[in-house]
Design a binder for this molecule. Structure first.
Ligand SMILES: Cc1cc2nc3c(=O)[nH]c(=O)nc-3n(C[C@H](O)[C@H](O)[C@H](O)COP(=O)(O)OP(=O)(O)OC[C@H]3O[C@@H](n4cnc5c(N)ncnc54)[C@H](O)[C@@H]3O)c2cc1C
Length: 422
C-alpha cells in the first residue's frame, strides 16, 4: 500500500494542505477540535475567538479559495479599533487617532512634527525618532513592553522596524487641518456572519473529517526511517511529512536529528499569551471590535468584544469580552492570578462597570503566540527549514515556518506545501 503524506496539525495551514492533497493525506491533530489558533471556543452559551481574529486579503487566489469554502456565510466590516491612552479613547492607529483629543494633541503634535523621522538606534530611540518622545513614552514603549515581555532595547533593528511603521509628516499635517486620508486596505476585514472565526475551520472539517485524527498528538518522528509515533504509541509511516506545529516542537520530536540541530530550538524565541474570556450580565454599549491598552498598570494589552464581530457570539441579553495577557513562553503563567487581575483591570479601565457584572470566566493558554522576528531566529529558521526539507519534511503555517504570519499566509503556506508534493 502507498504510504500517505502525513500532516501534523489541523490549524488553517494543515487543513488547507489536506484540502488540496485530498485522499493522499492523513492529518494528526493533538487537540479535540480543528482550527488551532483560529478556533472559536464555546462556553456556557457564549462563543469567543483567541483575541481579534479577522480575515484580511492581499492574495486574490486565497480570497477566492476562502469564498468557495465559506460561501455566503461571511461579511465585510469596517474595522473599529481603538486605543485607550492617558484617560482618553481614540481611533487606531495612534499616530492619527490622537488628533481626536485636544489633550493628546497638545501633548503629542508638536513633538511629533519635530521628530527627525530617522530609523536609527534601538527600539526606544527609533520610536522617539519616528514619533517624538512623548508618543514613544506614552504608547509605543509601554504597549510593546507589555506585548513582548522582553527588554525592548535587546530587540534587533529589523524587529523594531516591523513594529514601528512610518507615517508621512504630510499626512499628519493634512489630518491636523481637518482633512481625511483615504482608508488603507486594513481598514476593512472579513468575518463570518453568524459565528466566530472557527466557522472557516469547521467548514473545512466537514469536507475532510474522515482523514483527520483528533486527540492524536505526534510525540516522536524518525526522519531517516520515515515514521511518526503518536500518543497512543502507534507508528505511522509516511512518504512525506508536512509539519504545521511550532518549529521548536518538531525539532524536539525528531529523535534522529543531530543534537546540534535540535539545540537550535533555543534560538527560536516567542511570547506566550493567556486569553481570558469574561461573560457579563449586560451587553456593553461600546461598539469597538478591539481596544489597545498601553497603561503599564493594566495587565492586558488588548481587549476584544465578541458581539461586535457577530451577533451570534453572545446571548442577546448578555455581554462578553476577551482580554489578552502576554507571558514569556519559557515560563508557566499563573492562570488564577491572571484571571483575577484581568477582572480588576477591566473595572479599573472602565471596560466593565463593576465586578458584580462579571458572571463567569474561561481562560485559554497559547505557549507560542507571537514569534520574535530577530535576525538570529530568522537565520536559524532558514537553515532548519533546509535541513528538514532534505529529510522530506516541509514546514507550513505561522509556527511551523516560525514567522509573523496571518491566517491568509498560513492558508497560502499550507496550499503551497501541498502543491510542492502534488
Ligand atoms: C492573538 C492572535 C491574534 C491573531 N489575529 C489574527 C487576525 O486578526 N487575522 C489574521 O489573519 N491572523 C491573525 N492571527 C494569526 C493566525 O491565528 C495564524 O496565522 C493562523 O491561525 C495559524 O494557523 P496554523 O495552522 O499555521 O497554526 P495553528 O493554528 O497553531 O495550528 C497548528 C495545529 O497543530 C496542533 N499541534 C501542535 N502540536 C501538535 C502535535 N505534536 N501533534 C499533533 N498536532 C499538534 C495544534 O493543536 C494546532 O491545531 C492571530 C494570532 C494570534 C496569536
Amino acid at each position: 500500500m502507498r504510504k500517505p503524506i502525513i500532516i501534523i496539525g489541523a490549524g488553517l495551514a494543515g487543513l488547507a494542505a489536506a484540502y488540496k492533497l485530498k485522499e493522499k493525506a492523513e492529518v494528526f491533530e493533538a487537540s479535540d477540535a480543528v482550527g488551532g489558533v483560529a478556533r472559536t471556543y464555546k462556553c456556557k452559551g457564549f462563543s469567543y475567538d483567541l483575541g481579534p481574529h479577522v480575515l484580511y486579503f492581499r492574495n486574490e487566489r486565497i480570497r477566492r479559495w476562502v469564498e468557495r469554502i465559506l460561501g455566503s456565510k461571511w461579511e465585510k466590516q469596517v474595522r473599529r479599533a481603538r486605543i485607550a491612552i492617558n484617560g482618553e479613547r481614540v481611533d487606531y492607529p495612534i499616530q492619527e487617532g490622537f488628533l481626536q483629543s485636544e489633550k493628546l494633541t497638545r501633548r503629542f503634535l508638536d513633538d511629533l512634527l519635530k521628530a527627525p523621522q530617522t530609523r536609527k538606534g534601538n527600539f526606544k530611540e527609533m520610536a522617539a525618532n519616528l514619533y517624538g518622545s512623548a508618543l514613544a513614552e506614552d504608547f509605543f514603549m509601554p504597549y510593546n513592553d507589555k506585548l513582548w515581555c522582553h527588554p525592548l532595547d535587546e530587540m534587533d533593528k529589523e524587529w523594531a522596524q516591523r513594529f514601528l511603521p512610518s507615517f508621512p509628516r504630510d499626512d499628519l499635517k493634512r489630518l491636523a487641518k481637518g482633512e481625511t486620508l483615504p482608508r488603507g486596505p486594513n481598514a476593512y476585514f472579513f468575518y463570518p456572519e453568524k459565528s466566530g472565526i472557527g466557522t472557516l475551520s469547521q467548514a473545512l472539517w466537514e469536507e475532510l473529517s474522515n482523514r483527520i485524527h483528533l486527540s492524536t498528538k505526534v510525540t516522536s518522528i524518525n526522519t531517516e526511517e520515515g515514521w511518526v509515533e503518536t500518543n497512543s504509541g502507534t507508528r505511522h509511516h509516511y512518504s512525506y511529512l508536512i509539519s504545521t506545529i511550532p518549529l521548536p516542537e518538531i525539532l524536539r520530536a525528531s529523535v534522529d536529528l543531530p543534537e546540534s540541530d535540535r539545540n537550535r530550538a533555543k534560538e527560536l524565541r516567542s511570547v506566550g499569551m493567556v486569553f481570558v474570556h469574561l461573560s457579563l450580565a449586560h451587553p456593553l454599549s461600546d461598539d469597538s471590535h478591539w481596544v489597545y491598552f498601553s497603561d503599564p498598570e493594566i495587565c492586558f494589552h488588548r481587549i476584544s468584544i465578541p458581539r461586535n464581530y457577530s451577533d451570534g457570539m453572545t446571548p442577546p441579553d448578555r455581554g462578553s469580552i476577551v482580554a489578552e495577557v502576554s507571558f514569556p513562553s519559557d515560563k508557566n503563567p499563573d492562570i488564577q492570578t491572571i484571571v483575577e487581575k484581568v477582572k480588576m483591570d477591566t473595572v479599573k479601565s472602565g471596560m466593565v462597570g463593576g465586578l458584580e457584572d462579571i458572571i463567569s470566566h474561561d481562560a485559554q493558554v497559547l505557549r507560542h503566540a507571537y514569534v520574535f522576528p530577530t535576525m538570529k531566529g530568522e537565520k536559524a529558521r532558514e537553515e532548519l527549514r533546509w535541513i528538514l526539507k532534505h529529510r522530506d519534511i516541509l514546514l507550513a503555517g505561522r509556527y511551523g515556518v516560525w514567522e509573523y504570519a496571518n491566517m491568509e499566509r498560513a492558508l497560502e503556506q499550507g496550499i503551497k506545501a501541498a502543491e510542492a508534493l502534488c
